[in-house]
Design a protein around this ligand. Sequence first.
Ligand SMILES: [Fe+2]
Ligand SMILES: [Fe+2]
Length: 358
Amino acid sequence: MARVLVADDDEPIRRLLTRVLSRNGYECDEAADAEEALAQLERGGFSVLLCDIDMPGLSGLELLEGLTERYPDLATVMVTGTDDTEVADAALERGAYGYVIKPFQPNEILISVANALRRLRLEQENRSQQARLEEMVRERTAELWKAVSSLEQAHEELRASRAETVERLSMAAEFRDDETARHLQRMSRYCEMLALRYGFDVQRSELLRIASVMHDVGKIGIPDSILLKQGSLTPEERRIMQGHTEIGHRILDGSRSEVLRVGATIAYTHHERPDGHGYPRRLRGEDIPIEGRIAAIADVFDALTTDRVYRRALPLGEALDTMRRGAGTQFDAKLLSCFLEGLDEALAIRAEHLDPDR
Ligand SMILES: [Fe+2]
Ligand SMILES: [Fe+2]
């Protein structure tokens, strides 16, 4: 049965309360003032505090201050001679569960104590349910985070393997002529660098980097006799060679993968020129997709600034002059000046991916 602490400076009242409660199965202790009550509460085990308001020393209201925080499993019922709604409000506000006015009928006390206990139990249940709920939310959140982070990791791996697959497949085409894996690395990084400088967001720039690796994938369809020919090509051979743009486009176009679709665009348009003298479609100006205009600058810059089997790299100044002369005719002028503003970055990329054997 519940233990009740009766705190009242009036001994006869204390006795009366104790008797009424004991007879109804409660276990009671007594305190003659607030200090004594606090000392008893400190020892623990009480479910209900019946508390007088007017006591010498600390009043009942002062005793009540902070009591619910310290003893969340204690229900306090005020017993007082003061029939004053303001005092009653103050007591309830401080966490009292009930308010009984003297003189009282024994039944009033029993009903108040029983009500206070019932409410206490509901609140305890509520609290433990709340705690269970919070625990569940914590667990679920932790699980969710675990799932999210493993998903992110899988996504990261997928991106890396996608980039690697594209790089390896494109190398297969490039290995057939003089261009090297390093050319693809440098050229695709120039593309990414230029895209970022031009204002593409990180994602779109990365997409361009991966997709641009495939710019010459169509060379896979060019006969060795032309692709590997030493010396200049006949007009017919040149026409076939130029077909690598259309072949690349046909290989990559119509995919559900965005990276392959962008790759198709770049393969198709990286030899177009703003002045309309490019190939295969002789597109002009902004009819050339921006991905193709970017790739053209990156591809030619790398061709001019690195050694090839048939010729050595131009001195940097000469290469830059050649590029500048093509502004507006061979290259999109705005993109070219954007690229040249980032020259330091381009040179850093070149230094990082130099062909070791040339
Ligand atoms: Fe090409
Ligand atoms: Fe190339």
